[in-house]
Design a protein around this ligand. Structure first.
Ligand SMILES: *Cc1c(COP(=O)(O)O)cnc(C)c1O
Length: 479
């Protein structure tokens, strides 16, 4: 090196840029670069799923107040009791006053809870007590929320709070990535799974979803792909990117297939309860006694606060197979240590901000039903607009009307277009000419499809789809 200095000893880890090559964010940035600055019209964002900017999707005031209360209370200025669940576990339900007291009838009363909490801490006169208590308290509220839909009861010990569903995915894949292992992912899917799995050296194998059958899982493909090193399959329901909602029967078949293969199910239910068609939402955890399920979720989508970064990873596992000492841990009595490993992984991870954790019980318990039905009604209206307008655009077809989540996948018929070779080119030209952003299907694993987000103000959605039609008419192949 010049100046007689030593060669630099550092260099970046190049594997990072390859494992994140196909992220939604990367493609969004690429599309943003193509926007025509001269076009004075409103940009119509149909590419990403974050409706929080639209007034009609404003979260409930209950959530705003819960966070404000948590901040003002000054009770959540400390480090979160990260290191997870360890403090809560160490105390243990049987030998400590804290858990005993939380069973008292009035302690969970939403109005008196904070006072009661104070009494417990004061009585305890122990520094650790406060931390332990909060953790049990917050997790109880997520457990209660999920218990409403389950045939058995989750305990707070089954719940791990995470920084959004994103960190729940990260922890899950890190825990499962033992050397040589592989995981089965849906195609189309949510590319963060691919990126994270690759980053953890977990081999990815894809099974297809059937567009014509409501994007159901190709279970024969799942069976053909699995081998003795397969650890799990991922099911995203309600579906991103397809807008699908699986029936009870289909979910049960998935559970039975996974059990037969000896693999767990990772159920991404970040869109849980965001349904507006004829199929009701059934959580995968309902089948937890057939196969162990890791349920991943967050408040990001249902409460439309993706920036608040709070989610959960839950073991929906009534037989305790994921525990180090479950009744059926491993068919042959061997132990899986999954829970232990989740805790170890959380020990070396960052936590969701303490005040958002502090707001969770109030958010979950006090959000009025009206808020949820209002959001689902807007989504239904938007999905209907999408469905109708797409019928008028010959180059795209909708294999299945969306019944949940915020997205729909449409098939692109390139033979009807002049001078457009694939979905990526379609989306780039569309954003340049019409200031409408749509995600190319390749980003979510399906070339020459498009993923359209309908979770925007319905009037803006109409404008966006009209521009899409104008774009088609300009590029239609002359007969
Ligand atoms: C948005 C999304 C996530 C991430 O959720 P956050 O709570 O924002 O981290 C995970 N999985 C799917 C399928 C998503 O669409």
């Amino acid at each position: 090196m010049e100046n007689g200095s030593k060669k630099w000893g550092f260099q970046a880890n190049k594997s990072l840029s390859t494992s994140s090559a196909i992220t939604v964010r990367g493609v969004l940035n690429l599309l943003l670069d193509k926007l025509n600055k001269e076009d004075r019209r409103q940009v119509i964002p149909l590419a990403h799923g974050d409706p929080s900017a639209f007034p009609c999707f404003r979260t409930t005031p209950v959530a705003d107040e819960a966070v404000a209360d948590a901040v003002r209370s000054a009770k959540y200025n400390h480090y979160a009791p990260t290191v997870g669940l360890l403090p809560a576990r160490r105390v243990g339900p049987s030998k400590d006053f804290i858990v005993t007291e939380t069973r008292g009838p009035h302690i969970w009363d939403p109005l008196t809870r904070l006072e009661t909490f104070k009494i417990v801490v004061d009585n305890a006169c122990k520094k650790k007590a406060r931390k332990v208590f909060i953790r049990v308290f917050l997790r109880k509220s997520v457990a209660d929320y999920l218990n409403r839909d389950l045939p058995y009861k989750l305990s707070p010990d089954d719940v791990f709070l995470t920084i959004g569903c994103t960190q729940a995915i990260e922890i899950t894949l890190t825990v499962l990535a033992r050397p040589g292992a592989n995981i089965l992912l849906p195609r189309p899917g949510f590319p963060y799974y691919e990126a994270r799995a690759t980053h953890s050296h977990l081999e990815v194998r894809h099974f297809d979803l059937f567009p014509e059958k409501g994007w159901e899982v190709d279970l024969e493909a799942v069976e053909a792909l699995a081998d003795e090193n397969t650890v799990a399959m991922v099911v995203i329901n309600p579906g991103n990117p397809c807008g699908s909602v699986y029936s009870f029967q289909h979910l049960q078949k998935i559970a039975e297939t996974a059990r037969k293969l000896g693999i767990m199910v990772i159920a991404d239910e970040v869109y849980g309860h965001l349904t507006f068609g004829s199929t009701p939402f059934v959580p995968m955890g309902v089948f937890g006694s057939i196969v162990p399920v890791l349920t991943l979720g967050s408040i990001s989508k249902r409460w439309i606060v993706p920036g608040w970064r709070i989610g959960w990873l839950v073991t929906s596992d009534p037989h305790g197979i994921l525990q180090d000492s479950g009744e059926l841990a491993g068919h042959d009595g061997s132990k899986t240590f999954v829970v232990e490993s989740i805790k170890a992984c959380l020990d070396i991870s960052s936590d969701p901000a303490t005040f958002t954790q502090g707001a969770i019980p109030q958010i979950i318990e006090n959000t009025p039903k009206d808020f949820f039905s209002k959001i689902n009604n807007i989504l239904r209206e938007a999905a209907d607009i999408c469905y109708e307008k797409i019928q008028d655009i010959p180059c795209i077809t909708l294999p299945h009307k969306p019944e949940g989540s915020m997205f729909v996948m449409v098939k692109l018929n390139l033979s009807l277009l002049e001078g457009i070779d694939d979905d990526m080119e379609f989306c780039q030209k569309l954003v340049q000419e019409e200031s409408v952003m749509i995600l190319p299907g390749i980003t979510v694993g399906m070339k020459n499809y498009l993923r359209i987000t309908f979770a925007i103000e319905p009037s803006a959605l109409e404008v966006g789809l009209e521009r899409l039609k104008a774009f088609y008419e300009r590029h239609a192949k002359k007969q």
